[in-house]
Design a protein around this ligand. Structure first.
Ligand SMILES: [Zn+2]
Length: 257
């Protein structure tokens, strides 16, 4: 289903905020099976996975991508559908650079955990369409806005073919923490298999200025490398497919929740 994009934002906002139960054209849940939710990845060796939420957002996303490339560090970007539609070239550049891209919703609404299954599916699928236009594939990874999931969301994600990705190390780059503290938040909590939460955009709330993240990132990478860590995207570290396939849910090399 396709809407003019400005109308789509309004439609989704109204439906999500109202918790609409309208039987929209998206599929309804017919199973109680829930999507796998991972907050860490395989701890083989000292693998660690950096993740960036809420982009693409100029100029921060390009600066972060440049830092990652100059340090030869793969990472995973959980992009928002609306931002992706506005900055398709940036998402394309992330994919071309070997980064993984996941779905971080269209609306970034905090109401998604309690939205009807149809509204949640619509929000997810519209974002997936935007990401597919930019990245060339529909992603198989989903990160819930604010990290807030619910049983109904996880059932919907399973039905739509997603793995849900959380984190277990929060850089807290979205708070008033200093650059020094952000670096310490990651280095002090790092462990083999960790998924690290950072941000390259600002729609998710808090301070939208990501310059502290950009200052902290080289120090975080250097510190982790000195501690013997190697970096991987979420698909590389778990065996999950980057894109939607029929059987990727059963192909994960390891899992945790
Ligand atoms: Zn977010």
């Amino acid at each position: 289903m396709r809407f003019p994009r400005f109308q789509l934002s309004i439609v989704l906002l109204l439906f999500v905020q109202a918790g609409s139960t309208l039987a929209f054209a998206a599929c309804s849940s017919s199973t109680n099976a829930k999507a796998l939710h991972l907050s860490s990845v395989c701890a083989n060796g000292r693998t660690i996975a950096l993740t960036f939420d809420d982009g693409p957002a100029p100029p921060y996303s390009a600066l972060i991508l440049s830092i990652l490339q100059s340090h030869d560090v793969p990472a995973t970007f959980f992009v928002e559908g609306q931002a992706t539609d506005a900055h398709t070239d940036m998402v394309r550049a992330e994919v071309d650079a070997g980064m993984a891209v996941g779905n971080h919703s269209w609306s970034h609404s905090d109401q998604l955990p309690t939205a009807s299954s149809d509204v949640f599916a619509l929000d997810t699928q519209i974002a997936a369409q935007a990401i597919e236009r930019a990245a060339g594939y529909a992603p198989a990874l989903y990160r819930a806005p604010y990290g807030h999931t619910s049983d109904s969301m996880l059932r919907g994600l399973r039905e739509l073919g997603y793995v849900s990705i959380g984190w277990d190390v929060d850089s807290r780059d979205w708070t008033d923490d200093s650059v020094d503290q952000i670096v310490q938040n990651v280095l002090g909590a790092a462990h083999p298999g960790a998924i690290v939460l950072m941000h390259d955009g600002g729609l998710g709330g808090g301070n939208p200025d990501r310059m502290k993240t950009i200052e902290a990132l080289p120090r975080i990478i250097d510190g982790l490398k000195r501690a013997g860590y190697t970096f991987a995207t979420i698909p590389e570290a778990t065996g999950a497919s980057q894109e939607q396939t029929s059987s990727h849910l059963e192909e994960l090399r390891c899992s945790a929740s």
